[in-house]
Design a protein around this ligand. Structure first.
Ligand SMILES: Cc1cc2nc3c(=O)[nH]c(=O)nc-3n(C[C@H](O)[C@H](O)[C@H](O)COP(=O)(O)OP(=O)(O)OC[C@H]3O[C@@H](n4cnc5c(N)ncnc54)[C@H](O)[C@@H]3O)c2cc1C
Length: 467
């Protein structure tokens, strides 16, 4: 008999939910995690610290209150990394406690160390002192996540030239910052530092950023970031980043030189598979360290599953959790229907973005007709009360049956608000429901009714012309 029926490697969102789901199905379960990494990248270096930092920045800078109280409004004039760190450490500590307690309540054994395959059913769990313990398992779920990619042309020094993990160890809030890579992580941190008053330059190889999002909303975000003194260098590649006495110099292939106190390199992540000895279990990873899986999250070895960032797109905590739950159910012979085709995207820039379903560009390219219904926060009483005059909600509606094809939100509470649209879409609802529904007043949720009415009126107008 194996030591455990299910062993999960990695305690990030994917691993945690896999372990707990397997335990709820009454299996003997263990989870392997390195010292001081319970909760994974999500709790320790990724989602939770970055979102807590954002909250601290918004509170201390008073940014969202300036519409009301004037551009000089601040809660604290000199914001230090100490001010920001207090909140982050507090939340990380609490979250780790919650996870430990959930694992304990569900009788999941926590094995501390780094796991590697010895054979297809055996893992060696090696602690910091190099002591190894062998454990056997019927089923294994790999949820080892990713680490920031580090190109050789960049002289990382953990102080001046850093990756996104290094942001959390900065000693001061820099006067100037170069962010290399305008992906989600790069742009989220760019907007936080811009809000703190740092002069930010974003360098991106592509001509556009966040090209999977609605173009109009990305344009609105760029306008806001430029307003916070962010400079964008699109279509530019970094040749090298060099350490200098007063900071770092970012050299672009076009010949430009950008001096800055700090450079954050945020151009991609690499799957944490190098140390797993995958080959002894008959597995391989691709050049970016990702493990291929089928629709049940099974690898080529049918008793080994992989979930979360280590399998690649979309690399979000939210999806990783669901993948973990689905993989565990499959591994325990109680399969679930599979992941829902509608997955929300939340981007915690300042202001935030969230969407679900399709974009205008996608629909146009695939020749799917749609009508647009828009609501602007400044036309809502709640928008005026909170001083958000730029936010908007956009519904993409099918003229055929008035179903929702996409929901796009920009502004305060976007990531929360989106889920109303998700619920309507997921239940196959139409804008008729949103037109007829009564929303609490004054709320931002009311924007659904306004946007639905807008779309309905436009559809009616087209219908009249067709008579
Ligand atoms: C700065 C930043 C901000 C983010 N913001 C968001 C956000 O707002 N919303 C969102 O949904 N997602 C966000 N993400 C992404 C999110 O953090 C990841 O999608 C999520 O953490 C992936 O979960 P995971 O289960 O794959 O594992 P991870 O959280 O990556 O954790 C993997 C764990 O496996 C452990 N491990 C690795 N190898 C071994 C081994 N050999 N033995 C034992 N343990 C091992 C690691 O120590 C680590 O703790 C963000 C990421 C970053 C970096």
């Amino acid at each position: 008999m194996a030591d455990f029926e299910v062993v999960v490697i990695g305690s990030g969102p994917g691993g945690q939910k896999a372990a707990i789901a397997a335990a709820k199905l009454e299996k003997r379960v263990a989870i392997v995690e390195r010292r001081n990494m319970i909760g994974g990248v999500c709790i320790n270096t990724g989602t939770i610290p970055s979102k807590t930092l954002r909250e601290a920045v918004l509170y201390l800078t008073g940014l969202n209150q300036r519409e009301m109280y004037g551009q000089s409004y601040r809660v604290k004039d000199e914001i230090t990394v100490g001010d920001l760190g207090i909140r982050t450490q507090h939340v990380i500590g609490r979250e780790i406690d919650v996870i430990r307690s959930q694992l304990a309540r569900n009788h999941v054994a926590v094995l501390t160390g780094s796991a590697r395959f010895v054979d297809a059913h055996t893992l060696d769990v090696v602690d910091e002192a190099g002591r190894g313990v062998k454990v056997t398992a019927d089923k294994i779920i790999v949820a080892t996540g990713t680490r920031p990619a580090r190109p050789a042309s960049v002289e990382f020094d953990e102080e001046t030239i850093i990756d996104s993990d290094g942001i959390l160890h900065l000693q001061t809030v820099p006067d100037s910052l170069v962010v290399v890579g305008a992906g989600v992580i790069g742009i989220e941190y760019a907007s936080m530092f811009a809000a703190l008053g740092t002069k930010v330059t974003v360098v991106e190889r592509r001509e556009r950023m966040l090209d999977f999002c609605d173009l109009e909303i990305v344009e609105a975000l760029k306008y806001h970031l430029r307003d916070l003194a962010v400079t964008f260098r699109f279509g530019e590649s970094v040749a090298a980043v060099e350490r200098r006495a007063r900071g770092a110099l970012t050299l672009l292939e076009s010949g430009k030189k950008i001096p800055a106190e700090t450079v954050m390199y945020s151009a991609g992540r690499h799957g944490m598979t190098d140390e797993l000895c995958l080959e002894v279990a008959g597995l391989t990873a691709d050049a970016r360290g990702r493990i291929p899986v089928d629709e049940h999250y099974r690898t080529v070895a049918p008793h080994i599953y992989a979930v979360g960032d280590v399998i690649g797109f979309p690399s979000l905590a939210a999806t990783s959790m669901e993948q973990g739950r689905i993989a565990a159910h499959h591994a325990c012979d109680e399969p679930l229907p599979g992941i829902h085709h509608l997955q929300p995207i939340g981007i915690y820039t300042i202001p935030e973005i969230s969407f679900i379903g399709r974009t205008e560009d996608e629909l146009t390219t695939s020749q799917v007709p749609f009508e647009v219904g828009v609501s602007r926060y400044r036309e809502l009483a709640r928008g005026q009360i909170i001083g958000d005059t730029y936010g908007m909600l956009k519904l993409l509606v099918s003229p055929e049956d008035r179903s929702l094809l996409g929901v796009h939100v920009f502004g305060t509470g976007a990531t929360e608000l989106l889920h109303i649209g998700q619920a309507v879409m997921g239940c196959g609802g139409t804008i008729d429901y949103l037109v007829d529904a009564v929303f609490n007043y004054p709320t931002l949720a009311e924007s659904y009714k306004v946007a639905a009415l807008d779309a309905m009126n436009k559809l009616r107008r087209v219908a009249r012309f067709e008579l």
